[in-house]
Design a protein around this ligand. Structure first.
Ligand code: ATR
Length: 271
């Protein structure tokens, strides 16, 4: 039986074990996937032991994505650019291959929703680790990106870093108010504090809105604000979560699972 896990702290809330259990059933793979509580001090040692015991791969979540990145031997392009990893795979020679499947998961979800159009003007909120993890696949999908961040310097650094992969620039709040967008993606961690970026109501009401955070009934702070602004086209990040898991599963098990039925099942179970 191939053994997998998700490492994070906290981790009890993670939906990854259930998602991978459903992928295993769907593809008839006999896999074990468990949640592991990482230790702030001994995480590297814990991971080394996990792989020494024969595990084939794992997912990594907050706050260990950068530390896991530092432990890997080989990297995918998106992982190298993100400088953080959410998926590790043990290769035949025992070395560790690192990928970041968050961006691929997001792009897959935007496709599923019919929200992915080449040249589409997209406003990305935030310039932290979550944004860095998704920019390459978004640019490769042909989106035209403006990044807004509270700390503008961080947005400038990201835009410069990714400019060779597509059309990307920064935007301040005044510029946003004067521009037209097709899609807004919230990649800030503000929702965790019950807050959101207060964009102009008229803008919120007229564009598609995707929040990388997720919640029962899509009741994230940013999507609550979107509804208050009159938005009718909004989505939370549950589909992205299942999408990033599907790319990890495919990397480990050489079979791409069907995302939609697993997403529907999760939604039902969350009600
Ligand atoms: P993550 O890995 O979730 O992206 P992060 O790297 O700490 O976490 O980035 C958090 C993002 O949310 C950043 O863009 C941050 O803005 P700053 O770069 O200005 O810190 C944004 N964010 C967090 N709290 C915020 C707040 N109270 N107001 C505005 N933006 C906030």
């Amino acid at each position: 039986m191939n053994q997998y896990a998700v490492w994070g702290n906290p981790i009890a809330q993670s939906k990854s074990p259930r998602i991978h259990q459903l992928f295993g059933l769907q593809t008839q793979r006999n896999i074990e996937y468990v949640a592991k509580l990482g230790d702030e001090i001994t995480f590297e040692q814990q991971l080394a032991e996990f792989f020494q015991l024969g595990a084939k791969g794992c997912n990594i979540t907050s706050p260990f994505k950068e530390r896991a990145f530092a432990l890997a031997d080989k990297y995918s392009d998106s992982c190298l650019l993100a400088e953080s990893c959410n998926t590790l795979k043990r290769l035949e020679d025992g070395s560790l291959y690192a990928d970041n499947t968050d961006g691929k998961g997001l792009v897959a979800d935007l496709k599923r929703l019919g929200w992915l159009k080449v040249g589409q003007k997209t406003l990305v909120l935030g310039a932290g680790g979550a944004t860095k993890g998704v920019l390459l696949p978004l640019l490769q999908a042909g989106l035209e990106i403006s990044i807004y961040n509270r700390t503008e310097d961080k947005a400038v650094i990201l835009a410069e870093k990714f400019t060779k992969f597509g059309r990307i620039q920064t935007a301040c709040l005044e510029e946003i108010a004067e521009q037209q967008f097709d899609l807004i993606i919230n990649a800030t961690s503000l929702g965790l504090q019950g807050k959101y970026v207060e964009l102009p109501k008229s803008l919120m009401a007229s564009v598609k809105i995707y929040d990388m955070q997720y919640a029962v009934g899509m009741k994230t702070p940013f999507l609550n604000y979107a509804r208050n602004c009159g938005s009718t086209e909004y989505q939370d990040g549950l589909g992205m979560l299942v999408g990033q898991a599907a790319f990890a599963f495919a990397l480990w098990e050489d079979e791409f699972p069907d995302i939609e039925p697993v997403l529907m099942q999760l939604k039902q179970e969350m009600q």
